[in-house]
Design a protein around this ligand. Sequence first.
Ligand SMILES: [Mg+2]
Length: 371
Amino acid sequence: MNAPNDTAHRKVASFEIFHTQYLDPEGRPTAEWPVWAQKPESLRELYRLMVRTRVFDKKAVSLQRTGQLGTYAACLGQEAIGAAIGHALAADDVFMPAYREYAAQFARGVPMKDVLLYWGGDERGMVYPEGTPAYHDFPLSVPIGTHVPHSIGVAYAFKLRGEKRVVLVSCGDGASSKGDFLEAVSSAKVWDLPIVFLVNNNQWAISLPRQKQTGAQTLAQKAIAGGMPGEQVDGNDAVATREVLSQAIARARNGEGPSLVEAITYRLHDHTTADDARRYRPDEEVQAAWGNCPIKRTKAYLQRSGHWSDADEQRLLAEAAAEVEAQVQAFLDTEPEPPAAIFDTLYESLPKSLVWQREEVIAAGPIGEDH
Ligand SMILES: [Mg+2]
């Protein structure tokens, strides 16, 4: 019989959670880099994508502030996560985003104009161009975590068909407390599905801080309950995030099942343009978080190692500004859909109860004429 204090014999499970970082906030390497990252062009590509995304993000907020866009969720300070996803996934994998990974969408072929259309209330913005990797990706999911169980269905389909494709589904720290997320994590390993759960832990779920989200020490350890590998990565380090995601994706593709990655970052902007974070979080916290900016550290490394010049920077900023301006113009020039379009993307075939409503909307004519 084991004595009650004989912990070595009574222990039935144990686990550890690891954190990966390759590039510190000052842009100094903290470990030997993976081979792909040692090619300067790999890092320059990630850097360009993050900068283009930031220029887009700033413009989208300005459009909202001037009444030209609906509510918008900024990705300020979280560009590395989207960029890493965009570079880690293969073309025929499927990305199921929450709503801050614009860089991944741009990398996979979603025009910036389409993201603006979506936040402008036009569903055509989520019909991604044929022939791009994004074509099979899912729309943004504004409802928190409801798309995570859908990712199980997509991954199961790949398994049934014997396809070597992987699903990457992203959600926030808040979503990781929801039943949708926990049920999906439970199912993924039971069925050994080719899926990667990415939890974008930006420390805030609207106004709820991370320490009130869960008593768990890490969000990565939620993987342990599902029986899969779980790890943390510095989500403001594009090299580490790209590498950790690539490894998880490779495991899924090789039939080794699901993984969960918690990317640590910080939401530098309000939750959305409908929020004012100054009402619930101290300015000092935000100022301190700017020190971890993913773009700043990547640029510092590239410049120090002689792989990025002031001329390169000026050229990139000019190109990004021109690209964003052209995409904004294309968005503003898009003819609005007729009001009845709100029925078009709800169902494969419209139920009778909505058919007559749709007919009434059509009969009422264009909005604004009698009001
Ligand atoms: Mg959050």
